[in-house]
Design a binder for this molecule. Structure first.
Ligand code: FAD
Length: 295
């Protein structure tokens, strides 16, 4: 089912992002996580795509596992940097044949291990080229990635919004944000996007801080600010992982409550393939949010 057809009414829904497990042996534990989160009745679940297509097959296989074992709506992440039009075309045909109707279309990050990598030499340069390419199939619902604090390579926040608008105008149905930990960045992004004439749903990406050091590294790389107050509270807990995780859950609950109070209807969770933290957050948000199902 196309996600663009599911944004209706005024219901509040969640979505979950997973990464593809490394081996076939991990199918059962992975599906246990998916099944544990299924009870929150997600709008969709998505599976990431390793940079440069490194998980191309595993991403597809994981999506097919989910489809085989559940009735969840699935979305594939897809990056185009370094890809050819024929390889993307073959992948899209496989997805169409498999009933994978939704794609998060991105450029991806330039490979770190290739010296003098020149994206301008590729057949796709920016995400907007991939959005336009996928749109031509007239089949998929398309999402794009957006950056409340600006993309790390953007020369300015204004240019970033200009390019964001350009890729959405190629035919994106909705957008998902990079993780952010201070909601003011998200609200400000929504205001700036509205001024630019962007009207598609922009789903906030929520990353529970379960391991302060790891998230800090990643947040640094992708230009997401971790507020000082949470950093200060977490640092003394570096050798108490469970206490740190609980604190991260509490922080995420407050962040989500504020978003819901601000009128947000959809929350996209970066699950890191764990059901515990996201489940605890959703349980804490409780009936004001969930259409929780049994089983
Ligand atoms: P683009 O929109 O193409 O932008 C890339 C840069 O180019 C930006 O700085 C932009 O401002 C600039 N730009 C755009 N158009 C122009 C133009 N016309 N002229 C000059 N500059 C321009 N990565 C993965 O590898 N796999 C994943 O599964 C994955 N999932 C993600 C999920 C989400 C929700 C998010 C937010 C990110 C995800 N990423 C993933 C990371 C993403 O691939 C990187 O952030 C990547 O660096 C940018 O991809 P993009 O599609 O936003 O690029």
């Amino acid at each position: 089912m196309r996600i663009s057809d599911k944004f209706k009414g005024d219901e509040k829904r969640v979505s979950f992002e997973f990464f593809p497990p490394k081996s076939v042996e991990s199918r059962r534990p992975f599906m246990n996580v998916v099944n544990a989160l299924k009870r929150y009745d997600p709008l969709y679940v998505s599976v990431t795509y390793g940079s440069g297509g490194s998980t191309r097959d595993r991403t597809g296989t994981t999506l097919k596992w989910i489809k085989e074992e559940t009735d969840l709506t699935v979305m594939s992440h897809l990056t185009c940097i370094g890809a050819t039009t024929s390889s993307i075309d073959a992948l899209l045909k496989d997805y169409m044949a498999s009933g994978i109707d939704n794609i998060l279309a991105m450029r991806g990050d330039p490979p770190r291990d290739v010296a003098d990598f020149d994206p301008a030499k590729g057949e796709f340069r920016f995400a907007r080229d991939l959005v336009a390419f996928i749109k031509r199939c007239k089949y998929f619902s398309i999402a794009v990635a957006v950056y409340p604090e600006g993309h790390q390579e953007s020369p300015s926040i204004e240019k970033d919004m200009e390019y964001t608008k350009a890729k959405i105008d190629e035919g994106a149905d909705f957008a998902i944000t990079q993780m952010f930990f201070d909601n003011r960045y998200y609200y400000d992004f929504l205001d700036r996007a509205a001024k630019e004439g962007i009207t598609i749903p922009i789903l906030p990406g929520i990353m529970p801080i379960t391991d302060c050091r790891k998230i800090e590294e990643f947040a640094d790389f992708c230009n997401a600010t971790i507020p000082q107050d949470i950093k200060k509270k977490m640092e003394p807990l570096l050798d108490k992982p469970e206490e740190m995780r609980k604190l991260g859950v509490e922080y995420a609950v407050r962040q989500c409550e504020d978003l819901l109070d601000g009128g947000v209807r959809y929350l996209h969770f970066y699950t890191m393939n764990r059901a515990d933290s996201v489940g605890e957050i959703l349980d804490a948000l409780g009936s004001r949010f969930l259409r929780k199902q049994s089983g």
